[in-house]
Design a protein around this ligand. Structure first.
Ligand SMILES: Cc1ncc(COP(=O)(O)OP(=O)(O)O)c(N)n1
Ligand SMILES: Cc1ncsc1CCOP(=O)(O)O
Ligand SMILES: [Mg+2]
Length: 216
């Protein structure tokens, strides 16, 4: 199985790591390698905010090989065209990140993930369009992003009972609060702060998340 197919198919809940919103790729390379070496990570999303296209390109060139060397799928946030052009394993699109159907056609067998907030309707639409995963959230308060939509475990239970398409939970998830999400059926837990802001460093954050998932 290649990194792309591994990134969205799983029997058990797995960690979906998202980068900090701002980073210097040359300096971040070793930090990322240490985090990915600390435990199981299914996918890495490059989520740079306020970065130029050239900056994103450079970050992909430097960081994607680090992920691929460890069989971690590399997903680009916000831009399906650039993800395709740069050979990423897929793209994650929000509700205002362009044409989802066009992205599905462009990415072919690469991964397309779609933000569905806390909406059953958006999730059904994403599923019909051929999304490889749907993302629900935010489940908990977060400092990483200003969030408008708040999800509960009921949407994970509803989705997993009915659909085979994997679901990702996001928003303020930590080792301390993730148990109910895993038990409700989340296929992936997407995290930023729980890893990059862990008091003992990112490697400890990855270990703590994996231990909590296993214990749930
Ligand atoms: C896995 C995952 N889920 C949700 C999001 C949020 O995407 P979006 O709503 O487009 O917001 P931004 O991340 O672009 O600020 C995500 N990135 N990844
Ligand atoms: C990108 C995004 N979309 C909804 S919440 C969120 C932030 C996730 O970061 P954290 O894991 O630090 O709450
Ligand atoms: Mg977006």
């Amino acid at each position: 199985m290649n990194a792309a197919s591994q990134g969205v198919s799983s029997e058990r809940c797995r960690l979906y790591l998202i980068t900090p919103p701002r980073l210097d790729p040359a300096a971040f390379r070793d930090v990322l390698a240490a985090a990915l070496d600390a435990g199981d990570v299914a996918s890495l999303q490059l989520r740079l905010k306020d970065a130029s296209v050239d900056d994103v390109r450079r970050a992909v060139e430097i960081l994607m090989p680090v992920a691929h060397a460890r069989d971690v799928a590399f997903i680009l946030n916000d831009d399906a065209k650039l993800a395709h052009e740069l050979g990423c394993d897929g793209a994650h699109l929000g509700q205002t990140d362009g044409d989802h159907a066009g992205a599905r056609a462009l990415l072919k067998d690469r991964i397309l993930g779609i933000t569905c907030h806390a909406s059953r309707h958006l999730a059904m639409e994403a599923g019909e369009l051929g999304a490889d995963y749907v993302a629900f959230g935010a489940f908990f308060p977060t400092d990483t992003k200003e969030v408008v939509h708040h999800a509960g475990t009921d949407i994970l239970e509803w989705w997993t009972e009915m659909m085979e398409i994997p679901c990702v939970a996001i928003g303020g998830i930590t080792a301390a609060n993730c148990g109910p999400l895993v038990r409700a059926g989340a296929d992936f837990l997407a995290v930023v702060g729980a890893v990059w802001n862990h008091p003992e460093g990112p490697a400890a954050g990855v270990r703590a998340m994996n231990a909590a998932i296993a214990a749930a």
